[in-house]
Write a protein that binds this ligand. Structure first.
Ligand SMILES: [Cu+2]
Length: 330
């Protein structure tokens, strides 16, 4: 397979990464469920229109939103309507929130919204600025865009599974475990396994008393993985999102992050092939460990995390040194 050979060649000289295999069986079309976007796009009775508007009411039980939408050129004038949405989008919807989405109409007269993104001025400005800075930084770093262990992790501003803007700075003072996944990944040993291992790590870390851990999975398929899609993914897997966030955002930002974190993706027809990397970032934002491929163990990461007793020892040690330094000075 060409991509495999190419990645091996690139990786051999760039870094000792291990290509973990494609995200779909070779030479076989990806089976998409009836709810997959391609199945929807292929449905001749459905039409799609870009829509912007403001949420006026949320009915979580019936999964509907009342939205005051702007004019949809060539289809309908501005008006207030009710739309059905997914479980994740219903859970995330907030009254007064401005959104952009795709309006899907079917022959039965059903109006549904998909690909819902928060579209308020403030979040957009924060994410666009961060995305531009990140793209510029990646371009300037050029071939050195890939950040080695020991370097600082790049800054970013993305949206989490609740549709909230999350900036990298929020994780300062916390230990962060980070990877890239996508919700439609059809290969059990790739993204689904990576997420399951993050959950195991989350439990194991809590058991040994690591209280400042944040787990972060960034989508490498932002065209499909909206906050609502990530929300549903987390709900379906009963993920404790107290300290495990799923992030998505502007395509340009994701591309830069993939380059800087050394993860390769390639769309081959319907298949999104990608490598896997798992990173541990310390309280100061420095990358202290990475594992390439899918063979890492939760235990090896938890061993590398700073434990509360170590933190106390380090503080005591520092205090001790300070005292003796002061003593020496007097
Ligand atoms: Cu995958």
């Amino acid at each position: 397979m060409k991509f495999y050979q190419m990645t091996r060649a690139v990786l051999c000289c760039a870094a000792a990464l291990v290509f973990a295999g494609g995200c779909a069986p070779k030479n076989e079309p990806v089976a998409r469920g009836a709810s997959g976007p391609d199945a929807q796009a292929a449905n001749p009775n459905e039409k799609r229109y870009p829509l912007t508007g403001v949420i006026l009411a949320v009915d979580r039980e019936h999964r509907t939103l009342r939205v005051k939408h702007d004019e949809i050129p060539g289809f309908m004038p501005a008006m207030t309507m009710e739309f059905s949405v997914s479980v994740g989008d219903a859970a995330n919807a907030k009254v007064g929130q401005r959104i952009r989405a795709e309006l899907v109409t079917s022959e039965g007269g059903d109006f549904r919204l998909e690909k819902i993104w928060p579209d308020d001025e403030a979040s957009r400005a924060t994410m666009d600025a961060a995305s531009r800075a990140l793209a510029q930084d990646t371009a300037i770093r050029g071939r050195a865009a890939y950040r080695e262990v020991g370097e600082l992790a790049p800054a970013f501003a993305l949206l989490d599974q609740d549709g909230r803007v999350v900036e990298a700075a929020r994780f300062r003072g916390r230990q962060v475990m980070l990877n890239f996944i996508f919700t439609r990944c059809p290969v059990a040993t790739m993204c689904p396994l990576a997420v399951a291992k993050f959950q195991q790590t989350q439990r194991l870390a809590a058991e040994v008393g690591v209280a400042d851990l944040e787990l972060v999975s960034i989508s490498l398929d932002p065209a499909y993985d909206t906050p609502g899609v990530l929300k549903e993914y987390a709900i379906q897997r009963a993920i404790d999102t107290g300290n495990y966030s799923f992030l998505t955002g502007p395509d340009a930002a994701i591309k830069s992050l993939l380059a800087q974190f050394g993860v390769l993706t390639k769309l081959e027809g319907e298949l999104l092939n990608h490598t896997l990397a798992t990173l541990l970032i310390d309280e100061n934002g420095r990358i202290i460990w990475r594992a390439d491929g899918s063979q890492w163990e939760p235990r090896e990461f938890v061993e590398k995390m700073r434990k509360p007793d170590e933190a106390a020892t380090a503080t005591r040690g520092m205090a001790g040194r300070r005292q003796s330094a002061q003593g020496g000075g007097v």
